[in-house]
Design a protein around this ligand. Structure first.
Ligand SMILES: Nc1ncnc2c1ncn2[C@@H]1O[C@H](COP(=O)(O)OP(=O)(O)OP(=O)(O)O)[C@@H](O)[C@H]1O
Ligand SMILES: [Mg+2]
Length: 263
């Protein structure tokens, strides 16, 4: 298998049950899904069909009742809670519909939160948060509190927070659901840019016009996949930037250098 089509997420017979006995209901039923690195998947489907449940399981915020979830080939059930928390912080960025910014913290500290696991000192974390807020045209608002920003600005801050630790997987639950069309377009262009750098995005949306950004569109019904359509071949998915750089001229230079030292 080439690097470009590496499997990053594999769900096999995943089931999520809430409640027991007569009160039991199934949010996901025998759910199978294989996600390749660089896919931009849009998940659609009626309210209550299990979209948020699916994102919560993939994002290690919840665990399945039965079935197997492999993240980078490793069954997550075998990963300790502590390591799951680290994996979540390092590999996965969340964007929630209601932003989920912490109201008592200024924007810059909200954005710096996922860097707690990075090993950086606090000053360094704030510098990095500030840099990323600059990219989102929010630098002059960095010491504002969430309530002092517009919905679009809060969502941009939430995206900044989701990507600050450079996660490989972005999970977005209706990230444009509360936004006007202008803010929605800004958010989509930012997600598109993140995707073009080779990251994997799984996004829930109710808006069919956004599916043009996706490489794959999955419609869910009652906890299962109803339709699953890929619009981009696996071989044409974007490759992570650092991998591209690693592959190109470095090798050539190395071999040139070797030749020189031999002479
Ligand atoms: N914590 C919970 N306890 C009990 N049932 C739950 C819980 N979370 C979700 N459910 C149920 O699981 C089903 C799927 O919920 P989920 O939130 O995944 O739907 P959804 O597709 O995201 O819907 P929406 O489009 O409205 O956000 C629903 O029937 C819901 O009531
Ligand atoms: Mg939902």
């Amino acid at each position: 298998m080439s690097e470009e089509t590496e499997t990053i997420i594999k769900l096999e017979n995943l089931t999520k049950r809430f409640g027991y006995g007569d009160a039991a209901s199934y949010a996901l039923k025998d759910f199978d899904l294989t996600v390749k690195r660089g896919e931009f998947i849009m998940i659609m489907g009626p309210s209550g069909c299990g979209k948020t449940t699916l994102l919560n399981l993939i994002g290690l915020l919840d665990s399945a009742t039965s079935g197997v979830y492999r993240l980078n080939d490793e069954p997550v059930s075998r990963i300790s809670a502590r390591r799951q928390a680290r994996l979540r912080a390092k590999k996965i960025g969340f964007i929630f519909q209601n932003f989920n910014l912490i109201p008592d913290l200024p924007i810059i500290e909200n954005v710096a939160l996922p860097l707690v696991y990075s090993g950086y000192h606090k000053t360094r974390r704030l510098i990095r948060a500030s840099e990323i807020l600059d990219r989102f045209n929010l630098k002059e608002k960095e010491y504002y509190f969430p309530s002092q920003l517009s919905g679009g600005q809060q969502q941009r801050a939430a995206i900044a927070r989701a990507i600050v630790a450079r996660p490989e997987i972005i999970l977005a639950d209706e990230p444009t659901g509360n936004l006007d069309s202008h803010s929605s377009a800004l958010v989509m262009s930012e997600l598109s840019r993140i995707h073009s750098e080779g990251n994997t995005i799984i996004m829930v949306t109710h808006n069919p016009s956004l599916t043009s950004y996706a490489t794959r569109v999955i419609h869910m019904l009652d906890g299962s996949i109803d339709t699953d359509i890929k619009t981009v071949a696996d071989s044409d998915l974007p490759v992570p930037v650092e991998k591209k750089n690693r592959r190109r001229p470095k090798n050539k230079k190395k071999s040139n250098r070797k030749k020189k030292t031999k002479k």
